[in-house]
Design a protein around this ligand. Structure first.
Ligand code: NAD
Ligand code: DAU
Length: 354
């Protein structure tokens, strides 16, 4: 069994589906607190798989996490569990400190206690893979080279600061205790099951619902987009072949300005679901107040994982974004299920002054 945390979220959910999609793979225990971002409907197709076990719980809860290690004896941990939305970290940083820092500490500490008692073969095979973000490196100027693993950490938001802290804890557990860790720092993901508080799914759904498409500031901030299934494949590669104690940057070589991403979504919707009045969805674009401390540009240099481990992304942004828009058009039940009262409250508060 492998232990996946945060497997009811966007990337963790895609990871569990892909992992169990391979009949040769081991079972998965999915430990997830089911915060607003956790949705079991993402995992419907594996619910009946005898290799799949869901446990509702918090990675920061010591006794529960210890019990899980003792009962299931996992061969690896993949830590996706986190508070992940930058805007929420600005309005409520406490949850980010608790889950991303205290939670990662607890998971690491419980995993290390369990690992230290394993017999030598199991001990040397065990892995703790920590899923992190490119945001820990801070922001780039327009001409700066993309982030390498050797870039200094310069986090700018409560979210990225909490992820940076968690990366440092993981690093320390390797250097101090020889605990077998791997860390991945990935760029912006997009794809199926993405919670619609994030730019891409928010704009797809707002467009279809006739609402405005809110672009922060001038819309010229650049993100490096990676299709979520390429990220999942990269994580599997690092788990299998990664060198202990190393960090691997993961990205899609797809730098795009936000305004261009949103215009591309509109163009795809114009083609796949044209509006009855013949107007373009792009007319719904609205420029709104910028995010405080908004990082201007992220870009990942993924040459280390490509060179050392042989991973490369499959999707281009053009192919991946079309698949993504199509997925949202074909899955209104999933959307309906996740856009509950709490979601509507967040959207109303976040965009009220725009
Ligand atoms: P998400 O917000 O969609 O999902 C997070 C999941 O973690 C949810 O299911 C939630 O219920 C669960 N969770 C939250 N707190 C928990 C706790 N205390 N205990 C157990 N479970 C808890 O996030 P995501 O976008 O899928 O991101 C997953 C990981 O990947 C995060 O660590 C994030 O920092 C990292 N990451 C995300 C991106 C991206 O573009 N989304 C890019 C790079 C790295
Ligand atoms: O870079 C990796 C990170 O990507 C992950 O670590 C985070 O978990 C993930 O949420 C994502 O962070 P971003 O802040 O880049 O993603 P978000 O979708 O929130 O925003 C993408 C860009 O779009 C960003 O520049 C802010 C902008 N934006 C976002 C929203 C929600 C808007 O212009 N309008 C919006 O309404």
């Amino acid at each position: 069994m492998i232990l996946v945390t945060g497997g009811a979220g966007f990337i963790g959910g895609n990871f569990v589906l892909d992992w169990l999609g391979n009949p040769k793979n081991d079972g998965v225990i999915n430990l997830d607190a089911l915060t607003y971002a956790g949705n079991l409907s993402t995992l419907k197709e594996v619910e009946q798989d005898p290799r799949y076990q869901f446990i509702q719980g918090d990675i920061a809860e010591r006794h529960q996490v210890q019990d899980i290690f003792q009962k299931y004896q996992p061969t690896a941990v993949i830590n996706f569990a986190a508070e992940s939305h930058v805007d929420r970290s600005i309005t409520g940083p406490g949850a980010f400190i608790q889950t991303n820092i205290v939670g990662t500490f607890n998971l690491l500490d419980c995993a290390k206690s369990y690992w230290s008692q394993l017999d030598p073969d199991k001990k040397s095979a065990f892995r703790f893979l920590h899923v992190s973000t490119d945001e820990v490196y801070g922001t780039l100027g327009p001409k700066d080279p993309p982030f390498k693993e050797t870039n200094p950490y310069e986090p700018n938001s409560p979210y990225s600061a909490s992820k940076a802290a968690s990366d440092h804890l993981v690093r320390a557990w390797f250097h101090t205790y020889d605990f077998p860790v791997l860390t991945t720092n990935c760029s912006n993901n997009y794809g199926p099951y993405h919670f619609p508080e994030k730019l891409i799914p928010l704009c797809i759904l707002n467009a279809l619902n006739g609402k405005s498409l809110p672009i922060y500031g001038d819309g010229q901030q650049v993100r490096d987009w990676l299709f979520v299934k390429d990220h999942c494949a990269a994580i599997r590669t690092v788990l299998e072949k990664g060198k202990l104690g190393e960090t691997y940057n993961i990205g899609g070589w797809n730098e795009k300005a936000n305004i261009d991403v949103v215009k591309q979504i509109c163009a795809i919707l114009d083609e796949l679901r044209p509006k009855e009045d013949g107007h373009s969805y792009a007319e719904q674009i609205t420029f709104v107040t910028d995010r405080p401390g908004h990082d201007r540009r992220y870009a990942i240099d993924a040459s280390k994982i490509e060179r050392d481990l042989g991973w490369r992304p499959i999707e281009t942004f053009e192919s991946g974004i079309k698949k993504t828009v199509q997925w949202y058009l074909e899955n209104p039940e999933w959307v309906e299920g996740v856009t509950s009262g709490k979601y509507r409250e967040w959207i109303a508060n976040q965009y009220q002054q725009s």
